[in-house]
Write a protein that binds this ligand. Structure first.
Ligand SMILES: [Zn+2]
Length: 73
């Protein structure tokens, strides 16, 4: 699949039955988008997606990867 942040080649790491998407990108790293945020994320511009990812990364804490939520927009 394509990374939604940098448009590079990325892997879909979404576990089965997960409400959202987990994307593994060699440039952006692994990140997660909640199901409730997926439409917003897809409709956002590329700079908005990159900004949402960097906000999510700053709030990542001890999680395995940043989680992009509505609040990151
Ligand atoms: Zn990327």
């Amino acid at each position: 699949m394509q990374c939604l942040v940098c448009a590079g080649e990325a892997r879909d790491l979404t576990p089965p039955n997960f409400d959202g998407h987990v994307i593994g990108c060699p440039r952006c790293g692994n990140y997660e988008i909640l199901g409730a945020t997926w439409d917003i994320f897809q409709n956002a511009s590329q700079p908005e997606r990159a900004a949402a990812l960097s906000k999510a990364a700053s709030l990542q804490g001890v999680a395995r990867w940043p989680t992009i939520k509505n609040i990151n927009f």
